[in-house]
Design a protein around this ligand. Structure first.
Ligand SMILES: [Zn+2]
Ligand SMILES: [Zn+2]
Length: 179
């Protein structure tokens, strides 16, 4: 789990954003990984972790690549590291990718706050590959700047239904997902 603390340069208020592993549990029992992003939740009136819904076009390309050219060099290395048979790894990747696409196609709700499930959010960081450095504090016209980062272990894994509503915390989800 990674955490980022931000402090406002005008009113000194601090807010933190935690990035943690979580899953969606689909109605057929399949678990798929959940992505997230920092957002200002207007209902919590706080910086929160919100769902990041993957781009359907990008998912379609990933599945097409897997189906036509198979695993990338990187995936093959991964399979070897995990001592998994390469063809099993490919089958598993295809299964997960198809499940992700089915879920993403059927998903109705926009991203939700991972705390209160609200969709009344201001999404702050469109760039999945880089951390958020700063964002405006609308209450005071100041700017929050990144002031601290840290990471710790994660005791439980949040499980959401397909529409991003809390099911329950399940510490065995990670194990099941990896096995
Ligand atoms: Zn402020
Ligand atoms: Zn919220």
């Amino acid at each position: 789990m990674f955490a980022y603390t931000y402090q406002c340069d005008r009113c000194n208020q601090t807010e933190s954003y935690r990035s943690a592993i979580g899953y969606y549990r689909l109605s057929d029992g399949t678990d798929i990984p959940r992505c997230e992003q920092p957002a200002w939740c207007n209902d919590c009136n706080a910086l929160r972790s919100a769902e990041r819904l993957p781009d359907l076009q990008r998912l379609t390309e990933i599945v097409a690549d897997l189906e036509t050219t198979g695993l990338s060099e990187h995936d093959i290395e991964n399979a070897k590291l995990m001592k998994q048979d390469v063809s099993d790894y490919l089958a598993e990747s295809l299964f997960r990718s198809h499940a992700l696409m089915r879920w993403r196609t059927a998903r109705q709700s926009p991203p939700r706050c991972l705390d209160c499930e609200s969709t009344n959010l201001l999404l702050l960081n469109p760039h999945i590959e880089q951390a958020l450095d700063s964002f405006p504090h609308l209450d005071c016209n100041g700017t929050f700047h990144l002031s601290d980062t840290w990471h710790g272990s994660q005791a439980s894994y949040q499980v959401l239904d397909a529409e991003g509503r809390h099911l329950h915390d399940d510490s065995s989800a990670e194990k099941r997902f990896r096995s």
